[in-house]
Design a protein around this ligand. Sequence first.
Ligand SMILES: [Zn+2]
Ligand SMILES: [Zn+2]
Length: 360
Amino acid sequence: MDTIKSYKCPCCGAPIKFDASVQSLRCESCKNEFSPDTLEQMSSAYESTKESKFNWDEYIPREYGAEESGNIAVYSCPSCAAEITGDDSLGATVCPYCGNSTIIKGKFEGSFKPDYVIPFKLERKKAIAKFMENASKKKFIPKEFKDESKLEEIVGMYVPFWTFDCDADADIIYSGRKTKTWLDANYTYTRTDFYKLFRSGKVGFANVPVDGSKKADDNYMEAIEPFDYSEAVNFSSAYLSGYLADKYDVSAVECIDRANERIKHSMEEMLRDTTYGYEMVTTDNSSVKFDNGKIRYALLPVWWLNIKYKDKMYKFAMNGQTGKSVGNYPAAWSKIIGYFSCWYGILTAAALIIWNIFMN
Ligand SMILES: [Zn+2]
Ligand SMILES: [Zn+2]
């Protein structure tokens, strides 16, 4: 009966066989030798990192009660087609996504009720002051970006997020190396040892957010993280008072891949942090399994600002809890030229002074 197990060389991938004369496994291709125990360990590590399994409980939506939905209206933007909910008594406002100021109020029709909300902590005046502070740190921005009347159009809007909780269990194989260099009278020597590093661990994740709005740019939303979930409260429509709230238009199911990717990536980073002393550590194989996966629907506070400059809209978003913001400023060439001509002026003046000193 054939009981010989065939292995692949961990260094070059060529098939290797047991060499009875040296009682070890020898690779004909790269000439490395391995003990059977080492190869057995490696083979079972690779077996355990073959696939990932992501199990999420089905999201169970909650409906608004009639008395609650009566206070909510839908505001639609004819310019960018955003449909946003808000307090029924909300006065004039601008579209947080495109800055258009003619948004149309309509009747609110069934949308799921969020499970929880992180209320705005940074109120409007503080958000404007924070924006001014950020803008004043930039040297070359046009004055429109410090114009009070434009800044007044800042809109507080809750962004819909799906948040994911789970217990993750990972088995990961990394490749790493250690190099040593030494000298003698004639040569510099470098020795490089290559390692396979197997790591395994369990981590509980809570509130991994994925934004559920097509209009809220994913990069913007990730740039203003983190939110402090210890301040989250059960949702009540009272929190909408004075603010807008976008409705989700990307379902929980559609966000699962993004959540899986984020959690898997975090797991790989966390376990990689335990590979002390190795250089150039890269992930070879990774398997992450989830248990107790729960999905919830949350509203998170974001301040939005759109500033039009030379026919282009510049969009800014700010975390309504921490003031962390993201956005692009245009450069004002007149200011850059002004800055350089000012320096040119100073340099010319300095040159003249030196000239005068020499002349005297
Ligand atoms: Zn080999
Ligand atoms: Zn709009």
